[in-house]
Design a protein around this ligand. Structure first.
Ligand code: AGP
Length: 607
């Protein structure tokens, strides 16, 4: 996944246009690049692992013949970053070329079927089933359009694709399901891409493609059909008046806000994770005699939340531990019976890798959860899961945190099942609720963003903040503080709410904001006592509560409502969203750039 682009020019060569379009997606990060064009009924291809400029220097990406073609920059989700896994992918006869963004969930089943009927696959990607399926249907006599339509109907998951067929060299077919795709209408060319910035310098006329639609692109027109029934859709182009920089952020003023808003879609990808990967990881976790959850920063907070999930759902005790302290704190006790689940968005954080390296040398089992396939963590892990959040540009982790939580929650459920800790009915209920989390996230953003922005405005001049939670919400309190610290440089303290009595209560002064995370779990009654105690000292109470929690509404100065009746193991996914928005609106309100926090980098690669 990452970005796709295709074009048909009335005249001239498509390859330099594709090359420049892909360059405009470089800011998002990627691991491989590829292009294919058609000339005289034949496909021409260049693809490899690595940076666009390096590949261009070696192989001249502009040197492909033909006025029609497609390109891709890849962020690996299935298959390591290698030339063979780079897009485009092809059928056996090298006539059909496909680039894809997203995930085909049922690719293993389709691949098996196609292999049985003689198709030979080259890559480890989910995408490669698409050209082979189309080839299969072309050989049965279907037209290019019908073969593609039938193929699309077979695919499960969320994807955007562009397809060319050398024997039908005047058309490009594109389609999307729950993924983004936009047509660009130029004067002398037609474009289609997952990202508007790719064609913005050439045209501002754009047509958005909806889920379930197939596009037939000619050199001067487009046709939209629903791929389920072939029915036609009429849609006029609109003018996009974004500057290029704004377009990269899809119209949002900052990457941080764009990424907060991307959470429903990222969560949708994580709940579609291949069951095989989760099963394997859950089996390792289940067998672990001693399990350490090792990470830094936000990823550590995900580990902390996971320790509550694993314990409460599956009766599995774990040790969440800061990677930088791992060797000092437990190093000497690590041995062949120890299992380390290292969590790192980047897969490159130096302290996390150092802990992993140390544990490997003591024969421990290493497991990884990361956002980057091909990162060091994936190479040193016995088994790993890619959290499927896509590239995150904002230094403050947002969508990658909720994606980590969603993966951990799925593991907790699987562990509970393996260990017989939940009834069949509970398993089904929890599984169904997990699948609803993308909609829950969407609802919170839609319903609460304005409220949070107003609260942030009211409190933006306060000198410091307290973040308090009990149980699993401690992880949310810590993560909320980190967001505020990173983006606002405001000192703030997070701790288990009961710990305030150990000293923090000393710094509570009238008007100091105390943010309480209060889902209606079994800590609810106690957190109300905590609120009353802090309020009596004059603090201003901001509470994250479940909808309709009248008891807390009555005592809080301000409240933000999340969805009610979400089980405890899923509550951090929803409760963190208001705090991410809070940090964002505090920063912008105070004239700070939340995308560029001072002194901070996205991946901390020094120890
Ligand atoms: C979070 O907002 C920060 N960017 C930082 O704390 C980060 O979570 C930490 O450096 C760990 O990074 P990783 O997940 O890539 O290992």
């Amino acid at each position: 996944m990452v970005g796709i682009f295709c074009c048909i020019l009335k005249e001239g060569n498509a390859a330099p246009v594709i090359h420049n379009a892909l360059k405009r997606l470089e800011y998002r990060g990627y691991d491989s690049v590829g292009e294919a064009t058609i000339h005289k009924d034949k496909l021409y291809i260049k693809k490899d692992q690595g940076r666009i400029d390096d590949l261009h220097l070696l192989r001249n990406l502009d040197d492909l013949p033909g006025r029609i073609g497609l390109g891709h920059i890849r962020w690996a989700t299935h298959g390591a970053p290698m030339q063979v896994n780079a897009h485009p992918h092809f059928d056996c006869d090298m006539n059909v070329a496909v680039v894809q963004n997203g995930i085909v969930e049922n690719y293993l089943e389709i691949k098996e079927e196609l292999e049985e009927s003689g198709h030979v696959f080259k890559s480890k990607t989910d995408t490669e089933v698409i050209p082979h399926l189309i080839e299969d249907k072309l050989k049965k006599g279907l037209s290019f359009i019908d073969a593609t339509r039938e193929t699309l109907k077979r695919l499960e998951g969320s994807f955007a694709v562009a397809i060319v067929y050398a024997k039908n060299p005047d058309k490009i077919l594109c389609a999307q399901k729950e993924n983004s795709l936009t047509i660009g209408m130029g004067d002398n060319a037609m474009y289609c891409s997952s990202d508007i910035p790719t064609f913005l310098p050439m045209t501002k006329k754009a047509v958005t493609i909806e889920s379930g639609e197939l596009i037939i692109l000619d050199e001067n027109k487009y046709e939209i059909r629903r791929f389920a029934d072939g029915s036609q859709v009429l849609r006029e182009p609109k003018i996009i008046d974004w500057a290029l920089e704004v377009a990269e952020k899809e119209g949002y003023p900052h990457f941080m806000l764009k990424e907060i808003h991307a959470q429903p879609s990222c969560l949708r990808s994580t709940v579609r994770l291949q069951k095989e990967y989760l099963e394997l990881m859950a089996t390792f976790l289940d067998r672990a005699e001693e399990l350490f959850l090792v990470a830094c920063g936000t990823s550590y907070h995900a580990c902390l939340a996971a320790s509550y999930m694993f314990s409460k759902m599956a009766s599995l005790s774990t040790h969440p531990i800061y990677a930088s302290e791992f060797i000092q704190q437990v190093g000497k006790s690590v041995n062949i019976n120890s299992t380390i689940l290292a969590v790192s968005q980047s897969g490159e954080t130096a302290d996390t890798l150092a802990a992993v390296d140390y544990a490997r040398n003591r024969a421990a089992t290493i497991l990884g959860l990361t956002n980057i396939v091909g990162s060091t963590l994936t190479r040193v892990s016995r088994a790993y899961i890619c959290q499927q959040a896509g590239p995150e540009i904002g230094v403050a982790a947002t969508k990658t945190f909720t994606a980590q939580l969603s993966v951990m929650a799925q593991l907790a459920l699987m562990l509970a099942e393996k260990r017989g800790k939940l009834s069949h009915v509970e398993m089904e209920q929890f599984g169904a609720l997990l699948k609803q989390m993308p909609d829950v996230a969407k609802k919170i953003i839609q319903a609460q963003e304005n409220t949070v922005a107003k609260i942030a405005k009211r409190y933006r001049d306060k000198p410091y903040f307290l973040f308090l939670g009990r149980g699993i919400s401690l992880a949310v309190a810590l993560e909320g503080t980190l967001k505020l610290l990173e983006t606002n440089q405001i000192p703030s303290i997070a701790c288990p709410a009961a710990e305030i009595r150990q000293g923090i209560i000393n710094i509570v002064q009238p008007g100091i904001p105390a943010i309480f995370i209060c889902p209606k779990d079994d800590t609810h009654k106690k957190i109300i006592d905590d609120i009353r105690e802090i309020k009596a000292l004059g603090a201003s109470i901001i509470a994250v509560i479940e909808e309709g929690d009248e008891e807390i509404k009555a005592i809080a100065d301000d409240y933000i409502e999340v969805v009610k009746d979400i089980p405890e193991f899923l509550s951090p996914i929803q409760c963190i969203i208001p705090l991410q928005l809070f940090a964002y609106y505090m920063a912008t309100g105070r004239g700070l750039d939340p995308d560029r926090p001072r002194h901070l980098t996205k991946a901390v690669t020094v120890k």
